[in-house]
Write a protein that binds this ligand. Sequence first.
Ligand code: BTN
Length: 267
Amino acid sequence: MTTALDAAELRSRLVAPNGPYAALDVVATTASTNADLAATSAVDRTVLIALEQTAGQGRRGRSWSSPEGGLYVSVLFQPAGVSADRLPWLNLIAGLALVRVAQSVGVEASLKWPNDLLLGPSAGKGAGILSEITADGSVVVGIGLNVAKLPADVEPAPGGLAPTSLEDLDAAELDRGELAFRLLVELAQLEGVWRKNGGDAVESGVLEEYTEHSSTVGRRVRVELAGGVELVGVAQRIEQDGTLAVRGDDGRDHGVSAGDVVHLRPA
Ligand code: BTN
């Protein structure tokens, strides 16, 4: 069983002057923490956590199953001094924070580009990330982490990727307060260094760390692009701008900035 989390305790550890965040709220339920934060004029480093969402949003217009027992976290960033073309890195940085948390509770973790957390020996999807730019240029980074076992009717992700949870993988810690704390500490640390380096993925070290934890680089992949177009080939590397370089079966190199990646078995 997972337990509810203590908002006052989280605030005392994570919000200024004791911690890196400007504000932090916890709600028992809401439609979508991303939608809530995007609709406010929140300040840089504002956090909203929900214990359940009734209309959780996933990537590419999908829904995100958000039953009680999971952790649903959105953080609004306004990284002054970082140019707009570098903002997609916030998405990838959130994935790195998740990897660090999963490893800290003894669960094997990797990242399927751009932002799916794969957990355990069978590499099921344990978390997803949805980042959105608001009208005023802020970025809302939304993270859904499957903590408790999921109901049996949760749909697989594209390509038939099965969902999994920390509980399925016997994580050493299932307390959502502690997991939220670790996740927000890692996110603030990574984002802080990246921001201090003007969003430079090389100088800040995030490109190297992301590549180290990527289970996509080196894999044969099918990329489902907008408009029903598909690209099949081998993922070569993550570029400095966060895009995925894929050598297509047509022998050409393609830079992918958005799409669903499906990991294929070697040909
Ligand atoms: C995906 O893999 O499709 C992304 C899922 C992102 C879900 C999180 S849960 C917190 C935040 N609020 C939402 O409505 N969505 C994101």
